[in-house]
Design a protein around this ligand. Structure first.
Ligand SMILES: C[S@@+](CC[C@H](N)C(=O)[O-])C[C@H]1O[C@@H](n2cnc3c(N)ncnc32)[C@H](O)[C@@H]1O
Length: 264
């Protein structure tokens, strides 16, 4: 598995876009075009492609976060807002309090994804509860130590400069702040591997083409998962960014991992 701390960058000028080598300065634009093209169908495709499992994985993330009153969340690569909404819903049910003002910030560099998040927020009645910030993980326009919790869910594998993204997420956390990365993992249990490979190589691209109308976007998804670091390698990258007390949990036979780390 060819990985480095900067999303597969081995020289200064090129990086991986799925299995393709592309000029480094083109990577963010290519990723952006993927999410631009799927934004409107992103939520339904998530359910379809994961058989609804993404809901359980996100629920497990929220369980681990254990939202508490006054906790301020920054959801990096927040996309259409799934993690943020679940965080706020859990907070409300735990506290009997529907005042969610400034409790959560959804950051994402893709305006189309953020627009879906905004519509969903209005539908859910979060008119004042959430801020939307259009920015990449590598350059968060947020103050130092301004969050108690920072999440990145199914986002880190898209970040062009992973080391810079991790450093930024560490920077915005307060001392004692908690970072979580929920991501597909290449460390799938051997017993599941043949089935998983068939699903990834044949069924997912087919669904991408026939349901989402974009085969390439879903080929990119498969390829970017294979390129993502194994759990121990990601732990090393998180340590390099400054996180301490790092742990990870595998779910669904290694298809997905949640990494947790602290700003000490
Ligand atoms: C698969 S979606 C995940 C959305 C949401 N977090 C979820 O779990 O459903 C990945 C998101 O990463 C975003 N993204 C792409 N490049 C990024 C970057 N450099 N920094 C932060 N987010 C990025 C995309 O715009 C997209 O919204």
């Amino acid at each position: 598995m060819a990985n480095s701390s900067t999303n597969g960058v081995e020289g200064d000028n090129e990086t991986n876009f799925g299995f393709r080598r592309v000029p480094r300065e083109e990577h963010a634009g290519l990723v952006s075009s993927v999410f631009e093209s799927v934004a409107d169908r992103y939520d339904i495709m998530n359910d379809l492609m994961s058989g609804g499992l993404h809901r359980l994985w996100k629920q497990a993330l929220i369980d681990w976060i254990n939202p508490q009153p006054e906790m301020r969340l920054v959801d990096v690569a927040g996309g259409t807002g799934d993690v943020t909404f679940r965080f706020l819903e859990r907070l409300e049910s735990a506290t009997d309090n529907d005042d969610t003002t400034s409790r959560a910030i959804i950051c994402d560099p893709n305006g189309a994804m953020l627009k879906v998040a905004q519509t969903r927020a209005i539908d859910k009645g979060y008119v004042h509860g959430i801020e939307f910030v259009e920015a990449p993980a590598e350059k968060l326009p947020l103050e130092d130590r301004s969050a108690a919790v920072c999440t990145i869910s199914f986002g880190l594998r898209n970040v062009t400069d992973r080391a810079a993204g991790l450093e930024e997420m560490h920077r915005i956390l307060d001392f004692g702040g908690h970072f979580f990365c929920l991501e597909f993992s290449p460390a799938v249990a051997p017993i599941l591997a043949p089935l998983y490979d068939t699903y990834s190589n044949r069924i997912l691209p087919w669904l991408g083409e026939h349901v989402a109308g974009d085969r390439e976007a879903y080929e990119y998804l498969v390829e970017s998962i294979r390129r993502f670091p194994e759990p121990d390698a990601l732990t090393t990258e998180m340590q390099a960014a400054g996180f301490g007390n790092i742990q990870h949990r595998m779910m669904s036979g290694g298809i997905v991992a949640i990494h947790s780390g602290w700003r000490l």
